[in-house]
Design a protein around this ligand. Structure first.
Ligand code: MIG
Length: 719
């Protein structure tokens, strides 16, 4: 019926659809992605630049069904908002509109005693998506790699109790869900910053349900193989810029090193134990009365001079910055913010709550003016000699109950909408500070949303010194990586509680491929610096550290590729072996890039464990070959179960030499190098080289040569 097209304006590639739930807009972003959204969807803070729109889409209407075709993709949407997507004729997505209240029972009695119940947030809108495929993504979560059977909520939450499988939310909320199929994976990015629930094949065994009460419907769908889906998502929302090279070294943290002399002692502790170290963090006690952008001069006298000494000594210092600002007249930050109206308000008055400094106020980070003000302070702080910024408490966390939903966090955007992007906006401000200081970005943030990684990297918050959390770290980091975050890690050894020497040593191995390799521990816990370990744990930790240092070139190369090509660095096995169903929920083996496979011990007392090799691999340390299949491998204290794919080369650094560790006579690798800091790599000052062995003969294929080689020699060594 042609007249139905009166409301279809196709000139600019955007179509209007009338449905029972109101008007929707539709457009293709590429030949493998499209967007379906309410006309008044706000411009999302997570999307970088403008959303691309394709023209040349074939549109028609048949009865109550709209049909859009672009290349191999056909999207049908009917007036009931039933969405069906076909690629090459095969149905890959079948979703219907949800508009009911899902009723919970009265569970208050159970909840009184602190039991978790299945009460949901009473959400009324959303999507019901037929699904029997493995489900990945959703960023930082607890639970397994394949999320089927679990329930999650998007509401950034600071809960320091032990993160268990059933936690609905942690510090970050990324509404990106991947329905995996080896050939026809579907990625759904449901861009809504309000509270949102994800019921992953739980209530309905054959469906993913996304539910929300508020906010607009704004859905992006990415189609293709898993790598393409992630690449499409990160092209839209942004990628982690390459971190400086030092960030791949060992980092040490503690709440808190109380003084410059204590930090010096830690650095010496590492050196005396023959353990390399690149960075030490300053937790909240370096500040004067927990006031952001201040330094307590009684503990850190002449901070600028001291920072310069550390820099010359090869140690970077990164301070924490909290979201809450002390409400105290005479404190410059508070006075400036009050003078210009930069703090969040409630009913027109500055809103107060309590955080570390006591009575505190919260910058209205959603407002660009506030971001600019904050950026100036970050820049000044960096210019004092700090190497990066560690952003904390930006969910935002508060001690006197949660912030009311109607606190205005800038430009009239209320807490209920701003909550999940508060941390995002804080680090967006911080990133501006780095840009103004002309420095390569190095920020960590605890809270985040989709796209936050283009402003800041992430650590997974307050884990604990328990084996459960060593085990959790693998699927957690793998799903963060699948959700577009490249430079990620967890606190090695665990933050809360006391790590046993064995746990700490096992974590140093289990975290070997985590891009962020930081040991951190909470106030009041046992000292966790590795040089304090008794033998044989100390040697085991040292061996892991030394191997970690050697493989930095390989780690760095993948982070560069992640930024520029949209591949992922840390990987679940399924990313590399999509046809092998044994990898689909592999929670205990982790890969880095195409070629490195870590099969760590995750239990105390373990001497050997089962390992699955989807093709032939070679042990990095012993050179033993493991043919495709199942094996028992050694994972006692001192063993480092890291393997290189047969057919691959691992570029490692040994002093002034670049050693190409080869797994066979026919093998290859990509190798990236640049100045290792600064921003010149963006102007072409880098080299990307493919090293290839052909029957034992080395062939060097430069893909880009923008700097002179750093290493004196390149030598080949066989494993
Ligand atoms: O909840 O600044 O996750 O890494 O050491 C305490 C003190 C506040 C929480 C961070 C943790 C940090 C700690 N902070």
């Amino acid at each position: 019926m042609e007249h139905a097209f009166t409301s279809l304006s196709s000139e600019d590639g955007i179509f209007l659809i009338e449905t029972r739930f109101g008007i929707r807009k539709f457009c293709f972003l590429s030949d493998s992605s499209f967007r379906l959204y309410e006309p008044d969807s706000p411009i999302s803070p997570c999307v970088q630049g403008a959303v691309p729109v394709r023209e040349g889409v074939k549109a028609s209407k048949d009865g109550s069904t709209y049909r859009f075709q672009y290349g191999k993709v056909v999207v049908e949407v009917d007036e009931e908002l039933h969405i069906q997507v076909r690629v090459d004729g095969e149905l890959v997505l079948d979703a219907t509109q949800l508009s009911v209240t899902i009723q919970g029972g009265d569970f208050s009695l159970a909840e009184k005693e602190g039991h978790h119940t299945s009460r949901d947030s009473g959400a009324q809108h959303g999507l019901h998506i037929l699904n029997d495929r493995p489900v990945y993504g959703l960023g930082e979560r607890t639970g397994p790699l394949d999320k089927r059977g679990y329930f999650y909520t998007n509401w950034n939450t600071d809960d320091p109790s032990a993160h268990v499988d059933t936690f609905p939310s942690l510090y970050q909320s990324i509404p990106f869900v991947i329905l995996f199929d080896p050939k026809a994976t579907v990625g759904l990015f449901i861009d809504n910053t309000y509270r949102m629930d994800f019921d992953i094949n739980k209530s309905d065994e054959h469906a993913v349900e996304v539910r929300y009460e508020k906010g607009c419907q704004d859905i992006y769908v990415f189609l293709g193989a898993l790598p393409e889906v992630i690449k499409g998502y990160t092209a839209l929302t942004g990628r982690n810029p390459l971190v400086p090279y030092w960030a791949l070294g060992a980092q040490q943290c503690r709440w808190s090193y109380p003084s410059a002399s204590k930090v010096d002692e830690v650095i010496k502790g590492y050196r005396d134990a023959d353990m390399p170290l690149s960075c030490v963090y300053l937790d909240i006690d370096y500040m004067d009365a927990y006031k952001d952008f201040t330094v307590d001069a009684s503990k850190f006298p002449n901070i600028a001079t001291w920072l310069k000494q550390k820099e010359e000594d090869g140690i970077k210092i990164v301070p924490i910055i909290d979201a809450g600002v002390k409400a105290e007249e005479g404190y410059f930050l508070y006075d400036e913010g009050m003078e210009h109206g930069y703090f969040s308000t409630l009913n027109g008055e500055t809103y107060h709550n309590e955080v570390w400094p006591g009575d505190s106020v919260f910058p209205a980070f959603i407002d660009e003016r506030v971001q600019q003000w904050w950026a100036n302070h970050i820049k000044e702080f960096l210019e004092l000699g700090f190497a990066g910024i560690w952003n904390d408490m930006n969910e935002p966390a508060s001690f006197r109950g949660p912030l009311p939903m109607d606190v205005d966090m800038g430009k009239g955007i209320l807490h209920e909408q701003a909550h999940n992007i508060y941390g995002h906006s804080m680090v967006k401000a911080g990133a501006k500070g780095f840009e103004q200081a002309n420095r390569r970005l190095f920020q960590l943030t605890r809270a985040g949303y989709a796209g936050t990684c283009r402003y800041s990297s992430t650590w997974a918050g307050d884990n604990q010194s328990i084996y459960d959390h060593l085990r959790l770290s693998l699927p957690q980091l793998m799903n963060m990586s699948l959700s577009g975050q490249a430079y990620i890690g967890v606190d090695l050894g665990g933050f809360g509680g006391d790590a046993t020497p064995e746990l700490l040593a096992r974590w140093a191995v289990g975290g070997l491929l985590n891009p962020l390799y930081r040991n951190h521990s909470a106030l009041g816990t046992k000292d966790q610096e590795p040089y304090l370990l008794p033998e044989p744990y100390k040697s085991a930790y040292r061996d892991a550290l030394k191997l970690r240092y050697k493989i930095r070139p390989a780690l760095y190369t993948e982070l560069y590729l992640a930024e520029t090509q949209g591949s992922i660095a840390l990987r679940p096995m399924v990313y590399n072996y999509p046809e092998d169903s044994r990898t689909y929920n592999e929670n205990t083996q982790v890969m880095y890039g195409r070629d490195l496979l870590l099969i760590p011990s995750l239990f105390p007392g373990q001497l050997c464990r089962a390992a699955y090799f989807p093709e032939d691999y070679v042990h990095i340390v012993t050179g033993k070959v493991y043919p495709k299949g199942d094996h028992l491998i050694d994972v006692g204290i001192g063993d480092i179960p890291l393997f290189l794919r047969k057919g691959a080369i691992l570029a490692i650094e040994e002093g002034e030499e670049l050693v190409l560790l080869a797994s066979s006579k026919d093998a290859e690798t990509l190798y990236y190098e640049d100045a290792r800091d600064g921003l010149e790599y963006r102007k072409g000052e880098y080299s990307l080289i493919r090293y290839r062995l052909q029957d034992g003969k080395l062939i060097t294929e430069p893909i880009h040569e923008g700097i002179s080689p750093r290493h004196k020699n390149v030598i080949v060594r066989y494993l």
